[in-house]
Structure formats: structure tokens, C-alpha cells
Design a protein around this ligand. Sequence first.
Ligand code: ADP
Ligand code: MG
Length: 274
Amino acid sequence: MTVTVEIVETPVAAHMDSGAAQNAKIAQSPLAIRGLTVTYGEKPAVFSVDMTVEPGQMTAIIGPNGAGKSTLLKAALGIVPPVSGRVTVFGRSLAEQRARIAYVPQRASVDWDFPTRVIDVVLMGLYRELGLLGRVKRVHRVKALDCLARVGMADFASRQIGQLSGGQQQRVFLARALAQGADLYLLDEPFAGVDAATEKAIIAVLKSLREAGKTVVVVHHDLATVTEYFDNVFLINTRSIAEGPVAQAFTEETLQAAYGGRLATSQIDQLAKV
Ligand code: ADP
Ligand code: MG
């Protein structure tokens, strides 16, 4: 008796060592995270998360409250220490590449009770150019003012940051990130509690960064604007849920997986219509 075995040609990529393919992807990624676990107490806030950010694109990090989104960014920046895992930035260690990352924290976490002028907040973004104890020169002021102009806040340069509205403060923090001249921008809920005009101004700046070849990663809470604003999504609920282009990774199934019972089917139906 003869048995015929069908031999299927496998594509070249399949012959490639999957470890080598992984390493190539990590080397090209502005931010690659592998097996990241972070705990504050006993329960992990982030568990065994893998994430590979695509260069020159805008990626939304999405997940319910307490899903570990802020913790993921903080661990990526070395602000909170991971229990385990590896973070590479443009294929190198975080320590080597830190200057290439700009971070805009979640606004609620910043308390501006002490008197600081708007221009001084933006000048903080230039600390690498200025050096410790460096004197602020005219060229630095011009640069800081230019960054404020890009977010529509040039007229507020001499104001106290604590006197601005939440949306205005958020624009100033973005101006500080711009002053840094980074290649990778991490923003934690930049649109939370801001007015429509500020949201428009911020998204326009983020899109201009992308046009200039920069990589933008945003923790985003508004599911209705994901398709309009972003190229890719990363869904998280303590663990990685889904990752990829919006059309493939931002679906009813992945949203249900990320939000569980917390997202009503009617909300998903509405999303399908946008
Ligand atoms: P998200 O940004 O997605 O809302 P977080 O990363 O802020 O989530 O929080 C993830 C989990 O870790 C939550 O359960 C939160 O209560 C907890 N957590 C966050 N920060 C701390 C902290 N500094 N100390 C203790 N627990 C924390
Ligand atoms: Mg958060």
C-alpha cells in the first residue's frame, strides 16, 4: 500500500529562525517590551507583557481602568522597577537611549502648587542642552517659545502654570516634550478632561510629529476616536490582549477580551458605526 504525502512549500520567512526574526523586529522597534511583569503589592499590575511599537506610527494603548496602562509606560521609562522583563529602545538599552524619549505623564499625577512660569516648564525639556546649572540663553528661550507656539500657547509664556486650565497645562507639557527633540513620544491620557479645541491642537501636533518620522504612543481612553487618530492599537488588561493595525486588532472580539463584561454590547455596536 502506498501512502502519498503532500509536500507543501513553506515560504522563505518560515525557514528563518523565529528567534532571529524576533530579534530583527526588536532591533527596529522604537520600544520593544518582552515578558514585563510589575507588581506594587502581591498582585501584578502588569503581567508578562510583550509589546512591539512600530516605528514612525501612532499607537494607542487601550484598556479599562486599572489595566496597567500607566504602569506599562512607567516601567518602559524605568520610573517603576519591573519584577522581570526586558525593555529595548531603538534596539538598545533604555539607559543608552533615554534622551530619545519624551514623556507626558497623566495630568492628575502632576501637582503644580509651587510657582513656576509656563516658559520655565518648557525650558525643562531643554535640560540636556542646558546641562546641570546651565545658563538659559536667548537661543533657548526662542526655542521654548517656538514649542509653545506649536501648541498655541505662546501668549501664556509668562503665566504661572498653576493658573492655567487643565487643557492649557496639557498643551504646555506637550511643548516641553517637543523642546526635548525626542524620537519617541509617550503620552499618558493627554485628552482626558481637555476641551475640544485642545484635543484638536494636540492631535494636530502628534500627527505633525508622525509626518516628521517620529513615533508616538498614547494611552487613550476614548474608544470612539481610535480609528480616526491611530494607526495601531495595543490592548491590555494586566496581560497583553491584542496588538496590530487598528483594522485588525481593534475589533469586537479584542475589545470584549480587554474589557470583559465592563463594556456593554451597545457601546460596541456604537463603535462599529463610527
Ligand atoms: P491604568 O493606567 O490602566 O488605569 P495603572 O497602571 O495606573 O492602571 O494601575 C494598575 C494597577 O496597579 C491598579 O490596580 C492600581 O490600583 C495599581 N497601582 C498603580 N499605581 C500604584 C502604586 N503607586 N501603588 C500601588 N498600586 C498601584
Ligand atoms: Mg493610567
